[in-house]
Design a protein around this ligand. Sequence first.
Ligand SMILES: NC(=O)C1=CN([C@@H]2O[C@H](COP(=O)(O)OP(=O)(O)OC[C@H]3O[C@@H](n4cnc5c(N)ncnc54)[C@H](OP(=O)(O)O)[C@@H]3O)[C@@H](O)[C@H]2O)C=CC1
Ligand SMILES: O=C(CO)COP(=O)(O)O
Length: 296
Amino acid sequence: MGKIGVIGAGKWGEALSYALSEKNEVIITSRTSRPWPNFRALDEVLKCEYLVIAIPAQQIAQWLKEHFVFSGQKILVAAKGIEASSGRFLNDIYKEYVPEENLAFLSGPSFAVEVMKKLPTALVVNSLSKDTSGEFAAFFPSFIRTYTSEDVIGAEIAGAYKNVIAIAAGICEGLSLGHNAAASLIARGLVEMERFGRAYGATQESFLGLSGAGDLFLTASSSMSRNYRVGLGLAQGKDKDTICIEIGEVSEGIGTAYALHEIAQERGIYLPIASEVYAILEGKSPRQSLKDLIER
Ligand SMILES: NC(=O)C1=CN([C@@H]2O[C@H](COP(=O)(O)OP(=O)(O)OC[C@H]3O[C@@H](n4cnc5c(N)ncnc54)[C@H](OP(=O)(O)O)[C@@H]3O)[C@@H](O)[C@H]2O)C=CC1
Ligand SMILES: O=C(CO)COP(=O)(O)O
């Protein structure tokens, strides 16, 4: 099969490069060089017909502006988040540079460390073009089952929103609120993200399947999730900057909570859990948030 270029060699870019190498020739690049045999300069990677981009949502607009040159590539976006500074979805950011039929978005429950161990995983490749989603889906190795969908907005919202609910779930665990509270939070979180998605024309199917419920159950129930660990830190009274330094990897739920707050204000959408996560990130006491959610 053809040559694939991965851009962004963090945890997820590295895992995808590793997995996709089973059936394809893969080269990878990143802002910081790595001593890997398939690591190349950006210029060379940009010439690949298929690109997988794993640069986080908060950094991608600037990166595209400074580095990206479109020459017909098809792109699989691997990040999950909403730009905090503008409230823009990744699809809106990318489509300034790439025709929508060349864009696909990856979703579903997938901790990078488990992909690196070749553990069974199921993912969704979402694109408005069935050709594009089908081509990317076929690149994945035997231990990853891929599905395709045309609900780009649903997959994007589900992947981004679940990170915010995962922060709330980490707070719930950090405050020792128990299994009843954790299950209720996850269930109400799913309802909340589906309602938000509906306002943008997303289908319910994306929220009930791998992109929504699947990824939410994963990240909102495990300290392997960086976003869940942000919640654990907030429950201990730490501020978000200290927590981010301690984690040392991206936690997209933070920027996304700020983006959701802006969108909710602008469009008058009711987002009770995301609003409390935003407030806690801004310094509100988690116990006060709990009281406000329960006594509502
Ligand atoms: N880890 C996981 O299990 C999964 C992650 N994701 C999503 O994938 C995305 C990336 O996550 P992950 O790889 O884990 O994060 P990491 O923190 O491990 O890596 C972040 C990556 O982004 C690059 N980067 C950061 N800032 C910039 C910038 N200003 N310009 C260019 N590159 C930059 C870093 O480059 P460098 O290191 O070279 O400096 C690095 O490659 C996130 O949106 C995340 O939600 C999705 C599914 C699973
Ligand atoms: O999206 C993920 C798994 O599907 C990774 O979640 P975290 O970024 O919270 O670790």
